[in-house]
Ligand binder design. Structure first.
Ligand code: CA
Ligand code: CA
Length: 231
């Protein structure tokens, strides 16, 4: 009875020991499995990072070999900057305020001067502002070769005495005139037709903007042509 009981308890102890061993083994296997899984993930992540680096290196090499050296040296300018550096007027014409101006070097009558301007797709100058008058006086001051050199502008009273009309058919604005003192006087010598065309000159630089004279249209003078800037 006792021995049977002892044998039973021995078997039970063996079973318990086996159970504990099994549990420990299972735990060990699980732990090993987890560690292995973690290591595999780490290796996978490492491989991924390496691949990314390789791809990046390949892209950089590709960019460098695909870029031509002169392109790196010459960055393209934005269009606005490029337009400003390009000439806006043809050779011999001077840009100012969206217009181009030509100061002739030969002397002609008013009609001949106008024809010359038109042959260059312009016309005698029409003065629309005090600022434009100031610019022209300043340029005439620099261009003149003799002290009293005169330049035709696009203003005339040929159609009706005293009715001043610009070449673009606009009437002279009474608040925007720059007659020299004593002008216009329509002097009838030597031309009996009087003085029906207008010149400007420069005497005191831009300090004195009152530079207009009516003159005989048949007299020979230099001239100022004007046209719009190139599109
Ligand atoms: Ca007149
Ligand atoms: Ca006069």
């Amino acid at each position: 009875m006792v021995s049977a009981s002892n044998r039973r308890s021995g078997v039970t102890s063996e079973r318990v020991a086996l159970l504990v061993l099994s549990v420990l083994l299972a735990a060990a296997v699980t732990a090993l499995g987890v560690t292995l899984y973690e290591n595999t993930q780490t290796i996978k992540n490492f491989q991924k990072s390496l691949q990314n680096l390789q791809d990046e290196a390949k892209n950089l090499t590709g960019n460098l070999s695909g870029t031509e050296p002169w392109k790196v040296e010459q960055p393209t300018k934005p269009p606005s900057v490029r337009n400003k550096t390009c000439p806006s007027c043809e050779d011999g014409w001077e840009p100012h305020g969206g217009k181009c101006y030509f100061f002739s070097s030969v002397t002609l009558t008013w009609d001949q001067s106008r024809k010359q301007c038109k042959s260059m797709r312009g016309d005698l100058v029409v003065i629309n502002s005090r600022e434009e008058q100031r610019f022209l006086v300043s340029r005439v001051s620099e261009k003149k070769e003799k002290p009293y050199e005169m330049f035709w502008i696009g203003l005339t009273d040929s159609k009706k005495e005293g009715e001043w009309i610009w070449v673009d058919d606009t009437r002279l604005n009474a608040s925007l005139t720059f007659w020299h003192e004593g002008e216009p006087n329509n002097w009838k010598r030597p031309d009996r037709d009087g003085e029906n065309c207008v010149t400007m000159w420069e005497k005191d630089g831009v300090k004195n903007l009152k530079t207009w004279f009516d003159q005989s249209c048949k007299s020979s003078q230099k001239s100022i042509c004007e046209k719009l800037e190139k599109a």
